[in-house]
Design a protein around this ligand. Structure first.
Ligand SMILES: C=CC1=C(C)c2cc3[nH]c(cc4nc(cc5[nH]c(cc1n2)c(C)c5CCC(=O)O)C(CCC(=O)O)=C4C)c(C)c3C=C
Ligand code: FE2
Ligand code: FE2
Length: 372
């Protein structure tokens, strides 16, 4: 193994802090050619499709069936949302705006240098490229913030896997921190409640507020994944913040994949059954998605809207994700500052960042036989 070292290092350079903001990722283009490698990377991740009894069988099914049919279907869905949030994939555009908004808020609190990078778990820019970008900028401390408010092995742990896989190739490891979840963070809950209140000032109050989260297989919950409970905690806290009673909101799970049972109730089945129960005016929010993407814009606002209306529903409105709302950026900036405690105020005391000490080290380095 040849470990990658920091060969462009220069003594005397200030050590910076890096913030790697990550999300799931998106294909490079809304075409079946671009969808194939993206879906392959996604569906070969053992955290996403946890090994069924035989892995060779999954490979066969994936390469032989799924990757020959799904790319074209998914590409069509992506094409319908492409450019809806600026030129390109919505998730990528919004992620870039989120990073700028968070950086603007975090920077003034840092005495030393702080750098930001984006890393997508699948597709580009990758987590490896984001980490390298921070390393190139001299970051000796890195905080990883996956924009998944609720922890799931399929998302959060998979991000950790990708980070550690990259770091296993590095010689000089940075000091690392990792945000595990923020499903009950007061800033996040308040931003969700604000966005619902603002929506209702414009559109009125519905009979029911549906909070739809991405699902996971029931098997993962049975095996001890906390995701399901954290979705319910977020929903309860948002309802408390809004003063909603239990029958004024409902938690559902969307985006099923494959044939096995996923956590329930399903969003699509709920949409099809609400009207016959007399509930014909609903609002839907997706609190588990920090940015609008295919699964919200196309699946909720298009597909599930249609299910609801076709079943006799009268009023359906979709409440956008928190995206780059100022209160969301405030919440994420607070989260970053909470998780970088001892880092942002520390340059006064740290030999690596104290400017006088750095000059002394740089002046002595050559004499001591250091190539840097
Ligand atoms: C927010 C949390 C998410 C969890 C938990 C999650 C689990 C999960 N997802 C799949 C399969 C697919 N998901 C796809 C898209 C997608 N998933 C999330 C988030 C979570 N997934 C997002 C934000 C997106 C949208 C990305 C975008 O580009 O906009 C897709 C690809 C799209 C498609 O072809 O339909 C698949 C496939 C599984 C199997 C899983 C849990 C085990
Ligand atoms: Fe997903
Ligand atoms: Fe639970």
């Amino acid at each position: 193994m040849h470990y990658q070292g920091v060969t462009n290092y220069q003594h005397g350079t200030e050590a910076a802090t890096g913030i790697l903001i990550t999300n799931l990722g998106t294909p490079d283009a809304p075409t079946k050619e671009a969808l194939k490698p993206y879906l392959k990377e996604f569906l070969m991740d053992p955290r996403v499709v946890e090994p069924p009894p035989a892995r060779w069988l999954w490979k066969l099914i994936l390469n032989g069936i799924i990757l020959n049919t799904r790319p074209a279907k998914s590409a069509e869905a992506y094409a319908s949302v492409w450019d809806s949030e600026g030129p390109g994939a919505p998730l990528l555009n919004i992620s870039n705006r989120q990073i700028n908004a968070v950086a603007e808020r975090v920077r003034p609190h840092f005495k030393g240098r702080v750098e930001f990078a984006l890393g997508m778990r699948y597709g580009n820019p990758s987590i490896a490229s984001g980490l390298k970008e921070l390393q190139d900028k001299g970051c000796q401390r890195i905080l990883v913030l996956p924009l998944y408010p609720q922890y799931a092995a399929a998302t959060t742990a998979s991000t950790f896997d990708a980070v550690s896989a990259e770091l296993q190739t590095w010689r000089w490891l940075p000091e690392m921190r990792f945000v595990n979840k923020y499903h009950r963070h007061p800033g996040y809950i308040k931003a969700l409640a604000n966005s619902i209140r603002e929506h209702q000032q414009q559109h009125g109050k519905p009979q029911l507020l549906v909070m739809s989260y991405h699902g996971v297989p029931q098997r993962y919950l049975d095996n001890g994944d906390p995701y399901h409970c954290e979705c319910h905690v977020t929903s309860r806290l948002v309802a408390e913040e809004l003063g909603l009673s239990k029958d004024e909101y409902k938690v559902t799970f969307q985006s099923l994949f494959g044939k096995e049972e996923w956590i329930k109730p399903y969003t699509d089945a709920t949409m099809k059954s609400l009207p016959e129960k007399g509930i014909k005016d609903i609002q839907v929010i997706c609190p588990g998605f920090s940015a609008d993407c295919l699964e919200t814009i196309e699946e909720i606002d298009e597909e599930n809207r249609e299910y609801f209306i076709e079943a006799g529903g009268e009023k359906f409105s979709y409440i956008k994700c928190l995206n780059d709302r100022p209160d969301h950026a405030d919440a994420l900036a607070t989260l970053v500052l909470q998780h970088t405690q001892g880092w942002y105020e520390r340059d006064q005391f740290d030999a690596d960042t104290d400017s006088k000490e750095r000059q002394t080290v740089a002046a002595n380095a050559k004499a001591m036989g250091c190539p840097f």
